[in-house]
Design a protein around this ligand. Sequence first.
Ligand code: AMP
Ligand code: MN
Ligand code: MN
Ligand code: MN
Length: 291
Amino acid sequence: MSETHFDLHAHSTASDGTLSPTQLMQRAAQKGVQVMALTDHDEVAGLAEAQAAASELGIGFVPGIELSVSWSHQTIHVVGLKIRDDCPQLLAGIAGLREFRISRGEEIARRLEKKNIPGALEGARKHANGNILSRTHFAHWLVEAGYAKDVQQVFRRYLVRNKPGYVPGNWASLEEALGWIQAAGGIAVIAHPARYRLSATRMRQLVGEFRELGGLALEVVSGSHSPSDIENMAQLAGRFELAASAGSDYHGPSNIYRDLGSLPPLPARCLPVWDLPVWSESTPSGAIASL
Ligand code: AMP
Ligand code: MN
Ligand code: MN
Ligand code: MN
């Protein structure tokens, strides 16, 4: 008997993914994922649809979110798992982030215009299609308009620090983000911890603060982690007595990381987040199918 395959980090068209919540769940089921989370950036709008699709398909569903956090002049992502999507504190929190995304989008477009790239806001908005505005939407438009060959190149040339379209984040504080997740009954997880370019000292500072604030897990297995990243993050989780999560960070078929269903297992010495007692206790209201 093989172990249940969990994937606790993925995006839909409700944020910067390219599959609808239903299509994402269909692909998860096809690829052998048995418990799938939807964790859109700063958004819960896709959860109801994903949940309905997952129960139709007979797979487990975990309602989640990936919150944008500014910590020590850097953007950090915190995943909330098993959240209630009707929590007023969480909804008020993400409304603020959505507003920042709009003003940031306007500023990105102004900066690109100065570099002779007009029309970026309208272009990005078209790709966002009424959903929250992400740098990914700018990237898709810039590729479509011929300013770069692919999304990766757009980020490298335009959208990262020291590039013309970069606007610093002004996101939630770590304390706010954990407060909203906890208010929504959720479990906080540091997303793709090896992807931040933090020194070992700063990483320990981040993980220490996260734990103090009630954070429970590190995403030890991420679609973007190498085997040595997985090893290092397993060690870090052990050292801070945090549980371990696993998520692909899938954004759709042109995804740059791993496909659904292809995540390596958690290292045996990790405590899986789904084995924490709070995991089975914190089933949100609504008909969440769970294995
Ligand atoms: P935002 O939250 O709007 O700042 O956008 C962040 C998103 O952009 C991430 O969640 C990724 O999906 C995407 N992203 C960031 N850096 C890159 C990169 N170098 N290549 C491709 N996508 C990226
Ligand atoms: Mn993304
Ligand atoms: Mn992320
Ligand atoms: Mn993500």
